[in-house]
Write a protein that binds this ligand. Structure first.
Ligand SMILES: Cc1cc2nc3c(=O)[nH]c(=O)nc-3n(C[C@H](O)[C@H](O)[C@H](O)COP(=O)(O)OP(=O)(O)OC[C@H]3O[C@@H](n4cnc5c(N)ncnc54)[C@H](O)[C@@H]3O)c2cc1C
Length: 402
């Protein structure tokens, strides 16, 4: 057998590296380790949390999509990385490698704000989204018994893509959920707390205005220019217009920022990292170790000094690049072009049938925006499993996913 290539983390970055190596028939001993048996689209976790994407549909089993004769899959949680000795320690075993690809993804960053860890939900993994989904349903049921308004108050901390997509999905689903649980939908309150002057700072003024109007029309309260002081069991303490105020609510989502993976941040002492993210060269190698590559949210990647915001789009392109680079090396080619990120834009869904965003420099919104969002999600499904995967797991205008 050839070189041992170990990929840790089966998200957009890691899985795409594996798929690319598989497609290129790389002659190596390739193993993908991830902590679940299934891949999930992190970009759809807000739907899992609200219940509009069922857990069964969201799971894409690695053993179903990988050619197991070419890529071994091991379900394990990576606990430590030992780059000097070329091995990774998992809960279930020790895995040695010649080449390591780190693709462990992100963790929420609470910026040291009290109570976030204890009282706020995060959309950091599939299981975290499921926990939030069960909690939302429990609170709707609790209201019947206790008649406490806080059970119907949902507070979203952060006004970026993740937070807005969740708030809008929940607002969109409110009517149906209230019908199920026999509640008056007007009693449900959704509040978004954002630190910046505007929501969705990645977009320009026109799109921000459009999104703001859409969200307000859905009955979402947008508190911008407000900072979160503390998350508590019964709500969020904020500073807004020079005043402290407690917004009562029993469901808090923390969507305010991300950092790299804990395993890199705390348990991989010999690799230099900043908040779990590793600085990489233009060829996505760790700056310290020639045989370690980093893709996705764990990488700090800059083009002309500009550090890119971690996104699924970036992670996917990085996975593609590393898969090709490693395949080329195995075929004896030693010269490689540097990685170049091609930003095709980004789209923020506003419920299932609406969205705002920019695609190839063109502003889009409304149903066409939603169509493009589905197209982006389905394109990824095509990459990992062809048309059949789109048919089984895809997002469509006329088909709900629960
Ligand atoms: C709700 C939401 C909406 C988003 N929307 C968009 C969007 O519209 N567009 C966009 O471009 N980006 C979006 N993002 C950001 C995007 O999801 C991330 O940038 C992307 O997932 C990063 O890919 P990755 O491969 O680095 O990590 P991930 O996709 O998070 O994958 C990491 C993988 O590693 C596994 N793993 C983690 N820790 C371990 C461990 N210790 N051991 C073994 N396995 C482990 C995980 O189970 C997972 O499979 C969104 C994020 C969220 C949460």
């Amino acid at each position: 057998m050839g070189k041992k290539i170990l990929i840790v983390g089966g998200g957009y970055g890691g899985l795409n590296t594996a798929i690319r190596l598989q497609k290129r028939h790389a002659n190596a001993d390739i193993t993908l380790i991830s902590k679940h048996d299934y891949h999930y689209q992190t970009t759809l976790l807000h739907k899992v949390a609200v219940g509009t994407l069922s857990d069964r549909k969201a799971k894409i089993y690695y053993r179903d999509i990988l050619n197991l004769e070419k890529i071994k899959f091991i379900k394990d949680k990576v606990m430590e990385i030992h780059p000097k000795e070329n091995y990774v320690l998992g809960k279930l075993g020790k895995y040695s490698y010649d080449i390591l690809v780190i693709a462990l993804g992100f963790k929420p960053d609470d910026f040291g704000i009290p109570g976030v860890k204890e009282h706020a939900f995060k959309l950091s993994s599939f299981n975290a989204a499921i926990r939030l989904n069960h909690h939302i349903e429990r609170k709707l049921k609790d209201y019947h018994i206790k008649k406490d308004d806080a059970d119907l108050s949902f507070i979203v901390c952060g006004a970026g893509l993740t937070s807005i997509e969740f708030a809008a999905e929940l607002a969109n689903e409110r009517k149906k959920l209230c019908k199920y649980y026999g509640l008056d939908e007007n009693l449900v309150k959704i509040t978004v707390v954002g630190r910046n002057k505007n929501i969705l700072p990645v977009f320009d003024h026109k799109l921000i205005q459009k999104a703001t109007k859409k969200l307000e029309n859905m009955g979402i309260t947008l508190l911008t220019g407000a900072s979160v002081k503390e998350c508590k069991a019964d709500g969020v303490l904020i500073q807004h217009n020079d005043k402290e105020e407690l917004i009562r609510g029993h469901t808090i989502l923390w969507g305010s920022g991300v950092k790299g993976n804990d395993t890199v941040e705390y348990y991989s002492n010999d690799i230099q990292s900043h908040k779990g993210r590793i600085k990489v060269t233009p060829q996505l190698r760790s700056v310290d170790y020639d045989n370690i590559y980093v893709v996705g949210d764990c990488a700090i990647y800059a083009q002309r000094e500009v550090v890119f915001v971690p996104t699924a789009q970036l992670a996917t392109q990085m996975g593609d690049y590393i898969g090709n680079l490693l395949s080329d090396e195995l075929e004896g080619k030693t010269k490689h072009k540097d990685f170049k990120f091609i930003n095709r834009g980004s789209v923020c869904s506003i419920g299932h049938l609406d969205a705002v965003g920019v695609v190839f420099g063109r502003k889009i919104s409304g149903e066409f925006g939603a169509f493009m969002k589905n197209l982006i999600e389905n394109r990824w499904l095509f990459t990992i499993g062809g048309l059949g995967m789109i048919y089984r797991k895809g997002q469509f205008r006329y088909r709900r996913s629960d």
